[in-house]
Design a protein around this ligand. Structure first.
Ligand code: 2HA
Ligand code: ZN
Length: 267
């Protein structure tokens, strides 16, 4: 049986997945099997690995022609992030989309079925290609503080939510100048939630799924994690002042606008 060749780039990618999965768990954002990660690794997998035989083949509910022949690392269904952190290849799969886009093969390392969110992840990855976006990955997790704010009627207004988060710390506007999007509650793991998320991704790299979690996209996993971590910090500062019995003063609009030029922020 042919085995995966762990080239340097692939090894570095798997190490980054393990590191970030560990952070998700340590942050308390990944209870049980919460969250999932998919990354397009077509550029780093290597020509030999691309030809690995299929361990298993599954059909896709929608044709994903844009992704034909592409290779992804995907966390496994029901797998725990704290286990992904120990060994990404034993708790996730490397999959190859078929040439007709109608199915995918698991090609390494074990027969681990990918996250149930795979069809929605794939439809979002296909949109990256259609739009010529450099984004390569999607990350879903359950940050307690950001989820909590999605239960508060005042903060279901995207503008109000972003004003509050930006006002709590200058880094929040520097790191997330386009703010976080807000997608109303939908049943987890459905194409419906993917269809609501897709248009929101035209404006934002990170979305709050009401009463559920966040969904973030990017070119590399560390930067994508940082988006969530930075927003989470702001949410905590707000909640901390409130829990001390105060209302935070917040940075003014002028303070926030004053970051645009020195930090070369493109809006
Ligand atoms: O992967 O978080 O929303 C488990 C989930 C589904
Ligand atoms: Zn979830």
């Amino acid at each position: 049986m042919k085995k995966l060749i762990l080239n340097d780039k692939l090894k570095m990618q798997l190490d980054e997945i393990a590191e970030i999965a560990g952070y998700l768990w340590q942050k308390g954002w990944a209870e049980r099997n919460a969250g999932n990660i998919s990354i397009n690794i077509s550029d780093i997998i290597g020509e030999e690995n691309k030809k690995l035989p299929a361990i298993a083949t599954y059909s896709l509910p929608l044709s994903m022609k844009e992704l034909a022949g592409d290779i992804f690392y995907v966390t496994g269904t029901g797998k725990r992030m704290r286990d992904v952190a120990k060994d990404p290849l034993m708790h996730g799969a490397i999959v190859r989309v078929a040439a007709d886009g109608n199915s995918y093969d698991i090609i390494a390392e074990e027969n681990i079925k990918p996250t149930s969110e795979l069809p929605s992840h794939f439809s979002i990855m296909a949109s990256f290609k259609e739009k010529g976006s450099k984004n390569k990955l999607v990350l879903h997790t359950h940050p307690t503080d950001l989820i909590a704010f999605s239960h508060i009627p005042e903060f279901k207004d995207e503008n109000r939510l972003n004003e509050m988060l930006w006002a709590m710390h200058p880094e929040t506007f520097i790191v997330v100048p386009h703010g976080v999007g807000f997608v109303p509650y939908e049943v987890p793991g459905t194409m419906a939630i993917a269809n609501l998320t897709l248009p929101a991704l035209d404006k934002h790299d990170i979305i709050i799924w009401e009463k559920h979690g966040v969904f973030a996209v990017g070119e590399n996993l560390t930067d994508t994690f940082d988006l969530i971590d930075t927003l989470s910090k702001s949410a905590q500062i707000y909640a901390f002042t409130k829990s001390c019995g105060y209302s935070p003063e917040g940075l003014s609009k002028a303070d926030i606008e004053g970051l645009i030029e020195p930090f070369g922020i493109k809006l």
